[in-house]
Design a protein around this ligand. Structure first.
Ligand SMILES: Cc1ncc(COP(=O)(O)O)c(C=O)c1O
Length: 375
């Protein structure tokens, strides 16, 4: 029998999923501005809401002059694939991958686009490939934060300012939670359902002026479906980046995202949302440092994610599953099992919408559950 007594205080919010992620503190669906619902997304009011999504995202993130922000179909996957299909093939490509999603982009590039001048740089769960091996004469495809292994790139210092190729960065579990060196990134993608706890459905595609030049000067040899097409007669369709979406978006999801952006502004902007996430990691780091049965999946602190916080336990995969189930049964933590392709363990979301007080409240339960199952 477990010698530890059952903790009393539960997290106020037990939602620690890595996507869709927890709604922000104080979220109230009845407070969303829903005057756009039931109206055309091309009406003045609909278009204004969509343009506000683009403009406010650029302003809050502090994007450099000339960067475009567009709302595109199919969440982060849609945004990444739109970029891969539209931009690649003009030159060689180096793909850096260290977990499930990055490896998925390799499958797209080799298996579907069937490009042949491709370098792949892979690492196992918990590690990063050698970033200095990337050849910046080529286009570079990588994930800023590998959501399923909890490994992020430490910074953008390895990306030269005078690169010839484009950098295409899947940053879905990083934007609003990690410092991103925008000038070093030519394509940045994310979705609303991650750090700000928005809804799935739409992706955000951010393009540097160099990415726009590529779109306007290069036509891929393969066919592009309508939902990937960003140019007309060799010119960027600027409307896509001013709220004139390619096809019909969910205006309810738009209202939800605008509410999330208002919240970021209210807490002090992106530096505050980054800080909240870093604090969440600190709370877990403190716990791991004094607990002998738990470790971070990434051993190196420099590359440790502050959003998708991945942990391994001294336990069998079956015991880990039992711990995860027990915590869910107790309504203490939902959805904290490691991703299906990752090593058995825990993945606790520490993005900006998760309160550090809730992580603090979770940890004694984790201790209790571990000793309950593993003895
Ligand atoms: C790094 C990364 N890329 C892509 C995706 C796919 O995102 P979506 O389901 O929003 O398309 C995810 C989802 O968790 C992710 O973590």
């Amino acid at each position: 029998m477990n010698s530890l007594s059952k903790p009393v205080q539960k997290p106020k919010n037990p939602n620690f999923s890595s996507g869709p992620c927890s709604k922000r503190p104080g979220y109230d669906i009845s407070k969303l501005k829903i005057d756009t619902l039931g109206r055309s997304h091309r009406s003045a009011i609909g278009k204004a809401a969509l343009a506000k999504v683009c403009d406010d995202t650029a302003a809050i993130l502090g994007l450099p002059e000339g960067y475009r922000v567009g709302v595109v179909p199919a969440s982060d996957t849609g945004a990444v694939e739109m970029a891969l299909w539209s931009l690649l093939g003009e030159r060689g490509v180096d793909v850096l991958a260290w977990e499930s999603f990055g490896k998925g982009w390799i499958t797209d590039i080799l298996g579907q686009l069937k490009l042949n001048n491709v370098g792949t740089f892979e690492a196992d769960y918990g590690q990063l490939p050698n970033l200095s091996k990337a050849n910046f004469e080529n286009d570079i495809v990588f994930t800023w934060n590998g959501t399923t292994s909890g490994v992020k790139v430490p910074n953008g210092d390895w990306i030269p300012d005078n690169r010839a190729g484009l950098t295409i960065c899947d940053a879905t579990s990083a934007v609003f939670a990690m410092e991103l060196p925008w000038e070093k990134l030519d394509v940045i993608t994310f979705s609303w359902q991650k750090v700000l706890g928005g809804e799935g459905a739409h992706g955000m595609l951010i393009l540097s002026p160099r990415a726009v030049d590529r779109l306007e000067s290069y036509v891929p040899t393969w066919p592009l479906p309508k939902i990937f097409r960003m140019t007309k007669n060799g010119k960027l369709i600027e409307g896509i980046f001013k709220g004139a979406t390619i096809n019909t978006p969910s205006m309810l999801c738009v209202a939800d995202y605008l509410d999330a952006l208002d919240w970021v502004r209210a807490i002090g902007g992106v530096s505050a949302s980054i800080k909240k996430s870093q604090n969440n990691l600190s709370v877990i780091e403190q716990f791991v440092s004094v607990t002998d049965w738990i470790e971070f999946l990434p051993a190196s602190a420099e590359i440790r994610s502050n959003t998708s916080i991945c942990l391994t336990l001294k336990a069998t995969p079956e015991q880990v599953k039992e711990i995860v189930n027990l915590l869910a049964e107790e309504k203490v933590a939902f959805d904290i099992g490691a991703y299906r392709d990752a090593p058995a363990g825990l993945r606790i979301w520490g993005g900006a919408t998760v309160e550090s007080t809730d992580i603090e409240a979770l940890l004694p339960w984790l201790e209790w559950a571990y000793h309950n199952i593993v003895k």
